[in-house]
Design a protein around this ligand. Structure first.
Ligand code: C2O
Ligand code: CU
Ligand code: CU
Length: 493
């Protein structure tokens, strides 16, 4: 394809969206840096390195990681203070196998507390890395457990009380991949960084001096901090070069609170092969996929016989309409996999009748009444079942080995309507229904995070097996979580 046609096509993909119009005007306020119209796209997409296994026999997984401060030049003439794992921004990809013993030494070199949570992992409560497992400044944390889960694209991030959003925003996040016999034997791309590409997608807002503009006011807490620059694997406007054939993209919406609709500028079809908790039964064709903060999907894209370029564009749904061109794709060389896999993994559907307990959860923005603050932003409270997080309170007790159905409703009054999501630690659940209907095919696999739009009710079913202890459930819009939209369930014998 000629360069000129390509440029025209990429520009056509620029536009961004949402519910409130206030979001956009906020971004336009002076003091914040704004995105240039025409991108650069000269930088190759960086691939997070695989974290080196210190057990050279490979029998067990033995890792070490530093949580540290860093600096990044997101703009050529400005330096941004960041946080990273073993580097300046984001962290290496941790890759383990089902059944493997996993040990990691996490060394917190920051001047403040952090934690390290394995998002999506079925893990003993004491090694969950939630707010109950703080790693104080200058100390190390040494989890040691056995991976007990099928192949999946999970991720890790900090989870200290009230600090999650800020620490993730500054760069603390990374991918956590589990492989097993099924993922080994499927005829899908699995050459990490070559035809099996991790894409950590995030958005950021900057001050004019280049520093991250994190929460500034109550508006940011309520709507989530939505950025005006897209980063893929920590880089603005990169180009990914892929071989001609089938390419697997492991998508993580690594943003704090944004909802992305991910697709290609030419609206080409792709196939979703995995959701949060691993493979679907068979590939699901789509041409765009909605992911809320924390959700993952693996997709297969066929780049054979196509024009030399394609791109990804994103829609951030909370704000006024606009699509970002996140990344360009160039095709070079030949891929190992050229045919589309037909079936992936048989997954047992948990029968509804198996559930012995039903619970309901109302996610709500409550008004704190009138008076001096009136009905404005300042008078709002984000709650689950009318409560805010209290680490000294156990909200729900779940019997080990039991199956439960949780019905979650986003009940937002008209003037306060905003999306929420529900994320559970410890388990992978299945979505039974969205507003009484079966979820879309790509949402019928294992999930750990589910988006719930205003007025929606989602029913999920899960088994609570193997481990006792206290775990979190919360909205994964990190500004909501930090504000207290979180509760604790304890699995008991
Ligand atoms: Cu991704 Cu409780 O976390
Ligand atoms: Cu989690
Ligand atoms: Cu929320």
């Amino acid at each position: 394809m000629k360069r000129r046609t390509f440029l025209k096509r990429s520009l056509a993909a620029l536009a961004l969206a949402g519910a409130g119009s206030s979001g956009l005007s906020l971004l336009g306020k002076s003091g914040f840096a704004t995105q240039a119209i025409a991108g650069d796209f000269s930088k190759p997409l960086p691939i997070p390195p695989l974290l080196e296994n210190l057990d050279t026999s490979g029998k067990s997984a033995l890792f070490a990681m530093n949580v540290q401060r860093g600096n990044v030049n997101f703009f050529p003439d400005k330096t941004t203070s960041t946080l990273g794992y073993n580097g300046n921004f984001l962290g290496p990809t941790i890759r383990v196998r089902n059944g493997q013993r996993f040990q990691i030494k996490v060394n917190n070199t920051l001047p403040q507390v952090t934690t390290l949570h394995w998002h999506g992992l079925h893990v003993p409560a004491r090694w969950d890395g939630g707010p109950r497992q703080p790693i104080p400044a200058g100390t190390t944390w040494n989890p040691d457990f056995v991976i007990n889960q099928e192949a999946a694209t999970l991720w890790y991030h900090p989870h200290a009380m009230g600090l999650t959003g800020e620490q993730v925003y500054h760069g603390l996040a990374g991918l956590f991949l589990i492989e097993d016999e099924v993922s080994d034997n499927l005829d899908i791309p699995k050459n990490y960084g070559v035809d099996d590409i991790p894409l950590v997608i995030q958005d950021r807002r900057f001050f004019a001096d280049g520093q991250f503009a994190y929460v500034q006011n109550m508006h940011d807490v309520m709507n989530g901090v939505i950025g005006n620059y897209i980063l893929v694997n920590g880089t603005r406007e990169p180009t990914l070069t892929v071989p001609k054939g089938q390419v697997r993209l492991r998508l993580l919406n690594g943003s704090n609170s944004s909802i992305y609709r991910i697709g290609f500028d030419d609206k080409r079809n792709f196939h979703v092969i995995a959701s949060d908790g691993g493979f679907l039964e068979r590939p699901v064709p789509m041409n765009n996929i909605r992911l809320s903060a924390g959700e993952r999907a693996e997709i297969l894209v066929d780049f054979s016989g196509e024009s030399a370029f394609a791109l990804i564009s994103l829609l951030v749904e909370q704000m006024g309409s606009r699509t970002f061109e996140a990344m360009r794709i160039a095709v070079k060389g030949t891929a190992e996999v050229t045919a589309l896999v037909q079936s992936l993994r048989k997954t047992e559907k948990i029968p509804e009748g198996e559930a012995s307990v039903h619970r309901s959860f109302i996610m709500e923005t409550m008004s704190m009444g009138r008076g001096r603050m009136g009905m404005g932003m300042m008078g709002r409270r984000l709650t689950i079942n009318g409560k805010k997080m209290d680490i000294n309170r156990i909200d729900e007790q779940v019997k080990i080995g039991s199956t439960e159905i949780w019905e979650i409703t986003n009940r937002s009054a008209m003037m306060m309507s905003m999306p929420h999501s529900m994320h559970l630690h410890d388990v992978q659940f299945q979505i039974l229904s969205r507003n009484g209907r079966l979820p879309a095919l790509h949402e019928q696999g294992r999930k750990d995070t589910v988006l719930i739009m205003p007025g929606e009710t989602v029913r999920i079913i899960s088994r609570f097996h193997d481990y006792t202890g206290v775990y979190m459930y919360h909205c994964h819009l990190l500004e909501h979580e930090d504000d207290g939209m979180m509760g604790q369930f304890e699995v008991v014998t």
